[in-house]
Design a protein around this ligand. Structure first.
Ligand code: ZN
Length: 310
């Protein structure tokens, strides 16, 4: 059996056909151009799927779509996705106007969680949490090989658990969410603040004295060159992330927590201090939950979407 997965993002639509083991037969991506009407976006997705099917010469059993936002996975409706301007978009029904295959829908972070759990670093574990540290903080919860999405499709939003009362404003409107501290966006914000306050910091040199060119990498780069300001920024970032992870360990105690998204590219510079902090703070005598970097990168979302109904 083959499966077609679509990762619908704000910038690109990436799709691919995979086999039973998650290996790609074919993969392609197109720009989303998310400022267009939803009908046009869905039409493009359908055209991309058709192209992949004819180019690969195999007929997938179904199409799985990972979308940002709240997804009614039962009815195949994107209830709300702010970065696509989607509100109650019946994507299953719309796709079926073009393609006669079953269509399954899931939240994009949940799809990435499925991908990592089935063929990535979470393979072999029945309980895993997946966290993406990107523009926002996405989450996916898999317990006993079952994706947990809540009773009304809004569950599993690990990024929108509060770690600081009256803290920084979050994209969701609340204050102090993990996302407001542990996203790449938050890291960039804190790096900029530190750079302005500490003119001698290497952060300024690395960004050519232009704070608008600071990225989620800048503080880590300066820290690796022993810059004190940058080291403080990174330490604070990891401390906040650790608070979130400790909460998740105390609630779920998964076998593994998988860290993905842009910031995860820092590898051991992120993971080692994180493990230490989570281990110190978790309930119980010793931390048994593993904390690892995701393996599949952007492919996790496509593979997870493809495996939505596997
Ligand atoms: Zn929030």
């Amino acid at each position: 059996m083959y499966y077609l997965g679509v990762d619908l993002g704000g910038t690109n639509v990436a799709a691919g056909i995979v086999d039973e083991t998650g290996k790609f037969l074919i993969k392609e991506s197109i720009p989303t151009r998310g400022n267009r009407k939803q009908e046009e976006i869905v039409k493009d997705i359908a055209a991309l799927c058709k192209k992949l099917i004819s180019a690969s010469g195999v007929k997938p059993g179904y199409i799985g779509i990972g979308s940002p936002g709240t997804c009614d996975t039962v009815n195949g409706v994107v209830v709300y996705a702010n970065n696509l301007n989607f509100k109650n978009v019946p994507i299953r029904q719309m796709m079926n106007r073009y393609i006669d295959l079953p269509i399954y829908l899931g939240n994009d972070a949940n799809c990435a969680a499925i991908g990592e759990s089935m063929v990535g670093v979470g393979r072999g574990y029945s309980s895993s949490l997946f966290i993406t540290l990107g523009t926002g903080v996405g989450g996916g919860i898999i317990l006993n090989n079952q994706l947990v999405t809540g009773s009304f499709f809004n569950g599993g939003e690990l990024g929108h658990t509060v770690i600081k009362f009256d803290g920084e404003k979050c994209s969701c409107g609340r204050y102090g969410c993990l996302e407001a501290y542990a996203s790449a966006t938050a890291l960039i914000r804190e790096t900029k603040i530190a750079a302005v306050k500490n003119q001698n910091s290497l952060i300024n040199e690395l960004s050519n004295n232009d704070i608008t060119s600071i990225t989620a990498k800048t503080a880590f780069d300066a820290m690796k060159k022993n810059d004190i300001t940058a080291t403080n920024v990174v330490n604070e970032y990891i401390k906040h992330l650790a608070i979130g992870l400790v909460n998740f360990v105390n609630i779920f105690e998964p076998e593994i927590i998988i860290i993905g998204g842009g910031v995860s590219a820092q590898g051991n510079f992120l993971i080692e201090p994180l493990k230490k902090l989570v281990s110190q703070e978790s309930y119980g005598e010793s931390l048994k939950t593993k904390i690892e970097i995701a393996l599949l990168g952007n492919d996790a979302g496509i593979i997870g979407a493809a495996f939505l109904n596997k």
